[in-house]
Ligand binder design. Structure first.
Ligand code: C2E
Ligand code: C2E
Ligand code: C2E
Length: 88
C-alpha cells in the first residue's frame, strides 16, 4: 500500500534524544540543538522538524529518510502524537 510518511509531522522527544547516550544519534541531537537555537525554541520537550532537514540528516547517516525514521523509532525518540504525549 501507499504510505505517506513524508506528510506526517516529525516530532522529536528532546529529553529522550539528549539523554540517549548512543553515539548513533549524536548528529540528530546536534542538529536538533542547532534548530532550537535558530528558532529560539529552548523550553520545549518536543521539537517538530522539517521534512527537508530529515532528508539532509538521512544523507549524513547514509540512509533513506524512511530508514532514518526507522532508526529514530528504534531508539524511541519519535513522538507519534504530540497531543497524546502531553496528555499522558
Ligand atoms: P525562515 O526559514 O526565513 O523562516 C522565518 C520564520 O517563518 C520562522 O521563524 C517561522 O516563524 C516561520 N516558518 C518558516 N517555516 C515554517 C514552518 O514550516 N512552520 C512554521 N510553524 N513556521 C515556519 P523562526 O522559527 O524564528 O526561524 C528563523 C530562521 O531559522 C528561519 O528563517 C530559518 O532560516 C531557520 N530555521 C528555523 N527552524 C528551522 C528548521 O527547522 N530547519 C531549517 N533548515 N532552518 C530553520
Ligand atoms: P501547542 O503549542 O499548544 O500547539 C497545539 C497545536 O496548535 C499543535 O498541535 C498544532 O496543531 C497547532 N500549532 C501550534 N503551533 C503551530 C505552528 O507553528 N504551525 C502550525 N501549523 N500549527 C501549530 P501539535 O502539532 O500536535 O503539537 C502539540 C504540542 O506539541 C504543542 O502544543 C507544543 O506544546 C508541542 N510542540 C510541537 N512541536 C513543537 C516544537 O517544535 N517546539 C515546541 N517547543 N513545542 C512543540
Ligand atoms: P507546520 O508549521 O504545521 O508546517 C507544515 C508544513 O507547511 C511545513 O512542513 C512546510 O512544508 C509548510 N510551511 C509552513 N510554514 C511555512 C513557511 O513559512 N514557509 C514554507 N516554505 N513552508 C511552510 P515542514 O517544512 O516539513 O515542517 C514541519 C514542521 O516543523 C512545521 O509544521 C513546524 O512545526 C516545524 N517547523 C519547520 N520549520 C520551522 C521554522 O522555521 N520555525 C518553526 N518555529 N517551526 C518550524
Amino acid at each position: 500500500g501507499v504510505r505517506h510518511e513524508a506528510t506526517s509531522k516529525i516530532v522529536l522527544d528532546l529529553e529522550r534524544l539528549y539523554d540517549e547516550a548512543s553515539e548513533d544519534l549524536a548528529y540528530v541531537a546536534r542538529y536538533a540543538r542547532a534548530i532550537q537555537q535558530q528558532r529560539g525554541d529552548y523550553n520545549g520537550r518536543v521539537l517538530s522538524i522539517r521534512a527537508d532537514d530529515l532528508r539532509a540528516l538521512a544523507i549524513v547517516y547514509d540512509a533513506s529518510p524512511s530508514g532514518l525514521i526507522e532508526r529514530l523509532t528504534e531508539h524511541g525518540v519519535l513522538v507519534a502524537d504530540p497531543r497524546a504525549f502531553f496528555a499522558s
